[in-house]
Design a binder for this molecule. Sequence first.
Ligand code: HEC
Ligand code: HEC
Ligand code: HEC
Ligand code: HEC
Length: 382
Amino acid sequence: MPTACWTCKSPDVPRMIEEDGEKEFFTGKWAKYGDEIVNSIGCADCHNNETMELLVRRPYLDRALKAAGLPTFAESSHQEKRNLVCAQCHVEYYFKATPWKDSQGNDKVAKVVTLPWANGLSVEAMEKYYNDLQFKDWEHKLSKTKMLKAQHPGYEIFKTGIHGQKGVSCADCHMPYTQEGAVKYSDHQLQSPLKTMDRSCMPCHRESESKLRDIVQQKLMRKNFLMQIAMDNLAKAHLETAKAMEVGATDEDLKKVREHIRNGQWRWDYSIASHGSFFHAPEETLRILGTANDQAQQARIKLVSILAKRGVMDYVAPDFSNKAKSQELAGVPLQKLVDEKMKFKATLEKEWHKQAVAAGKLNMSSRKNVDLESSYFNNRGK
Ligand code: HEC
Ligand code: HEC
Ligand code: HEC
Ligand code: HEC
């Protein structure tokens, strides 16, 4: 993995960008900073650590705002800054290959985190951005489609929803004001606002908490309903394309099919990888899922005739109804990957940790229970 993978993980990232320069930071492999980037997200990610003013120290955000014709962080209103500190990380991005020369004149290539906002912040605008570049994150093993991986366009989708449009900011719900005696402060335990509805929702809403919670639950169910349909059609389109290849369909025959699969999967991924989108912007999320499903269906209609021309009628894709079956079909060597990760955690990660402690770079209190809380351990019951 490239160094860019550290970007949204730690306040050590802006520190290293400032120490080494942005181009150097984004050059090379992730392991280069293993003993430097050790603290979990903290004050210096969002604040000037002397004045405590809100501050953004990841230069790609301002570049993206400018490319989109939007005000930079410094030019934005205070309320918008309460969104933009989150938009350092909760956004769609890719790693843009950027050639540069170091001080000795050596040619290098940086993989610079870049937000694809130059055509606008909608799913279609970003799709066009990536398609014009012919950018691909990976090639699908079964259908040989050049795929896009959506990251987590939380900020972009949020801005299309009713709260975003009415000027409510991320911090209003996720960092609600809390009163303790005479002191009023913003709750810094970022979590689901459904755990703090009295402080997160009730200052603005008159319904009962339970009624509001039921409304949120309905939104989640509606999203899941359409998401399942779109995922099912996308997965079948991949498997049917693989079948078409097996019986002799050419890349030319499959060109349009693969375009539909690429765009459809991008849209599906975009709408659901954006955490909380079902609530932040329910109409937009369902609209995107609807067009994702449409793209998948268009691919499958074309596949029916491609398969029929080669004598394959009524083909039924193999069963992919659970994770294990899907991973087997897709050829994911799961046990090997788990073994590698456990080995890393038992060896190199421990070494980095020791070096960081020796160099006085680690805020020990921020690491308490970090491993135990990760979903990786929870899912495995360890
Ligand atoms: C993810 C971003 C983020 C991180 C990390 C973060 N803060 Fe904040 N902080 C905010 C936001 C947003 C506000 C609200 C600012 C406002 O409206 O003026 C805030 C407000 C504050 C305030 C003003 C009083 C208040 O509570 O509203 C203080 C002081 C503060 N933070 C201290 C800290 C300290 C100390 C840390 C590290 C332990 C920290 N913050 C980490 C985003 C963050
Ligand atoms: C420096 C990058 C960064 C910034 C800035 C940031 N986040 Fe996050 N956020 C993350 C990462 C990474 C995770 C996932 C953590 C994990 O899965 O363990 C996360 C997780 C979350 C979660 C889920 C927490 C949970 O209980 O699982 C919420 C909610 C959240 N962020 C909201 C916000 C809001 C609101 C802001 C702005 C005030 C913000 N984040 C700023 C990187 C960031
Ligand atoms: C009007 C209140 C509100 C605002 C404003 C808001 N959110 Fe949320 N957010 C929610 C709710 C409600 C959920 C769903 C929580 C759940 O399902 O438990 C959520 C979910 C999330 C999650 C997933 C949390 C999890 O536990 O899985 C993240 C991350 C997140 N929001 C980030 C943001 C960011 C970033 C912004 C601003 C761009 C923002 N939110 C603005 C209410 C809000
Ligand atoms: C800062 C004020 C504010 C906060 C905080 C807030 N809301 Fe809202 N909410 C609004 C506004 C404004 C609207 C738009 C409707 C209107 O103008 O009455 C709205 C609309 C809604 C709607 C109806 C629109 C839709 O998408 O269906 C729901 C549901 C909702 N809010 C739930 C919540 C929940 C749940 C929370 C807490 C997690 C929350 N709100 C926090 C101001 C707020």
